[in-house]
Design a protein. Structure first.
Length: 70
């Protein structure tokens, strides 16, 4: 059971690392080619939604930062 959980955890970590790299790549392509995929606009909308959320937005932002520092 421990081996299976370790394998699943490794796969999930690899998957999230891949997603992080794709987000960075999307931002770089968006800067270079005028945001053809809409990544920068999506991040801006997400930050705007967090700002509009008030205290709930602040809590969500703290959770995201805590998750990101992992």
């Amino acid at each position: 059971m421990k081996k299976a959980m370790g394998t699943i955890t490794t796969w999930l970590n690899d998957f999230t690392d891949l997603l992080k790299a794709l987000i960075v790549l999307g931002i770089l392509v968006g800067i270079l080619y005028n945001d053809i995929f809409g990544v920068i606009a999506g991040i801006g909308k997400m930050m705007n939604d967090i700002g509009d959320g008030g205290l709930a937005g602040l809590v969500a932002l703290v959770l995201v930062v805590t998750w990101w520092k992992k």
